[in-house]
Design a protein around this ligand. Sequence first.
Ligand code: HEM
Ligand SMILES: [Ca+2]
Length: 294
Amino acid sequence: QLTSNFYNSSCPNVLSIIKTAVNSAIATESRMGASLLRLHFHDCFVNGCDASVLLDDTSSFTGEKTANPNSGSIRGFDVIDTIKTQVESSCAGIVSCADILAVAAKDSVVKLGGPSWTVLLGRRDSTTASLSTANSDIPAPTLNLSSLISSFSNKGFNSREMVALSGSHTIGQARCTTFRDRLYNETDINATFATSLKSNCPQSGSDNDISPLDTTSPATFDNIYYKNLRIQKGLLHSDQQLSSGGSTDSIVNTYSSNSATFFTDFANAMVKMGNLSPLTGTNGQIRKNCRKTN
Ligand code: HEM
Ligand SMILES: [Ca+2]
């Protein structure tokens, strides 16, 4: 029951405020577009798109920021705070943090050259967060293909949608700790690619040095991620699993040779992800500050 015109009369400037702020953050640092896209994903996969990921720890619950997939990893909170402050001064108490995340993710993809889609609006914000659900429901980079497929099917996505959403890794960076095992222990990796990554990710130490998820164009939302998978240049174990002799090889091949098909499927899957169990009506609240409940 989300609608595209939800704020048309209550906050007519909200979409332009968000777009301007996202574009300016990306102009300062292109990676921020990737970070904002990932925030929306990590929000939606944990009890739906309710901005739970934005809550700091409190005395009554431990937030999601310290969950394994998030700790030392997710970023972009300052940009969301800046947007929220601007939106509050234009229309106080109207726009949810969950909707800001959904629009910021779309604007980020568009700014980096990817497809656009109509973001449905009207989500409300949670009054709690779940560290344990973040740990269980956000897929880990160590997963094999069948576990990736079940992780997404638990949220209602088929394997084609899972492969399309994974195309988000056409932008952004990952820490050495998330792909070190692949560099040193796996065989379905291009040898030259592995050698060049090892210098910035030695076998012991420097867990936090980062490398691009798409070695070719990490700041452009394109289909090169899939072309790289076909030549064993996926950075994460989970990335390469999509094109390593299993049931999703043919989808990777389709997206690698047809960027329009990837863009259409990605946009549709993002709308679907944004619809994951939102709080609506009188459920939840419109937070004044995205980091804490009212
Ligand atoms: C298929 C299962 C997925 C796994 C296993 C996975 C795992 C990861 C990991 C390990 C990182 C690097 C984190 C770090 O080093 O701190 C990462 C980064 C990223 N992920 Fe995923 N991810 C998956 C799906 C997705 C989806 C569905 C999206 C968006 C819809 C997404 C968007 C991103 C983005 C944009 C980055 C780069 C963030 C940045 O540079 O700040 N990922 N992912
Ligand atoms: Ca790219």
